[in-house]
Write a protein that binds this ligand. Structure first.
Ligand code: DGY
Length: 326
């Protein structure tokens, strides 16, 4: 007998906590390999489905949406949704959803892990130990940057930026932030000051990026901005690679315009710009900001609930384009 349940495509296996919410409601097609679904296959499958649960590594663009004759919802398994042409989806009445909130703490923790590792040259130290090159303690050996009492500059004072600031209290840091909006909680609770980009980059010791990727934020950190930073500055990016001009960053790190960087995201993932991985003063992580068991389970539940709600004719908890409902 032909199923009357809506068809949904899940582009890669996500935690069972989420899939369990969909199994009894949809005819699920889960791409079985633990790798990115081939684009050709995605294009082939899309006309048949009403729901798509996808990853940030898939481009949900005009080409794909123009074939999505039956699609009602694109549920992104991520808080960022720069992989989706939201305007094109909205034009077609397709709801786009994301998973905010549940990965805030995990991402803020990883931001601090990178900040500490970059400031204290942990990557270099680890490589020295593994290569058995440690020749003993030395007064001038592997000196890094102090953190206590220094200035933390946050680009983007949303959920993750706020959680990063919250963690800075133990290090008694002064906080500057760059954002369109005033964040009164940051100002009152952490004495943070809202400043412009130029002021922030020339005065902060640690600069951490927490803005979404967009046309406006593309290469926000470029050669001009890197040249304004202190020589002792440490740059951290756990947001999106496109915010940093990676070629300019390689130059800045190589020529010591800044002291160090810690990166979890890259302009052309999974590729890394030529030269970056040869530098000692950068700590590289493979986009693992939200990679904790709890965060990924919670993301799966939210992504599944968002998808299911739309397929049941209800409003999802986290629509990115709520105007579709008006
Ligand atoms: C996101 O959710 O946008 C992160 O980059 C991955 O979890």
């Amino acid at each position: 007998m032909k199923s009357t349940r809506p068809k949904a495509l899940v582009t890669r296996k996500i935690p069972e906590a989420g899939l369990a919410l969909l199994r009894d409601k949809c005819d699920l097609d889960i791409y079985p390999e633990d790798r990115v679904i081939p684009r050709k296959l995605l294009l082939e499958k899309i006309p048949r489905v009403e729901g798509l649960l996808c990853l940030l590594s898939e481009s949900i663009d005009e080409e794909l949406l123009s074939r999505a004759e039956n699609l009602k919802v694109v549920s992104n398994y991520a808080v960022g949704y720069d992989n989706i042409d939201v305007t094109a989806a909205t034009r077609r009445g397709i709801v786009v959803t994301n998973t905010p909130g549940v990965l805030t703490e995990a991402t803020a923790d990883l931001t601090w892990a990178l900040l500490l590792a970059a400031a204290r040259r942990l990557g270099e130290g680890d490589r020295i130990m593994r290569q058995q090159k440690f020749e003993g303690w030395g007064p001038l050996y592997l000196l890094g940057q102090d953190i206590t009492g220094k200035t933390l500059g946050i680009l983007g004072a949303g959920r993750i930026g706020r959680a990063v600031v919250e963690r800075s209290v133990g290090w008694k840091m002064n906080v500057l932030y760059f954002d369109n909006k005033l964040n009164s909680e940051l100002e009152l609770k952490y004495s943070a000051k809202k400043v412009n980009l130029d002021f922030l980059v020339s005065n902060a010791d640690f600069i951490s990026i927490h803005l979404p990727a967009s046309r406006e934020t593309h290469h926000l950190i470029n050669e001009r901005i890197l040249k304004q930073m202190k020589k002792s500055a440490v740059l951290i990016n756990t947001a999106r690679g496109s915010l940093v001009d990676e070629k300019a960053l390689v130059k800045a790190l190589n020529e010591k315009w800044i002291a160090a960087a810690g990166l979890d995201v890259f302009e052309n993932e999974p590729s890394v710009t030529e030269g970056l991985s040869r530098l000692e003063n950068v700590v590289l992580a493979p986009h693992i900001g939200s990679a904790t068991i709890q965060a990924r389970d919670d993301m799966a539940k939210i992504a599944a609930a968002n998808l299911r709600a739309v397929l049941e004719g209800k409003q999802p908890a986290y629509p990115v384009n709520p105007e579709v409902f008006s």
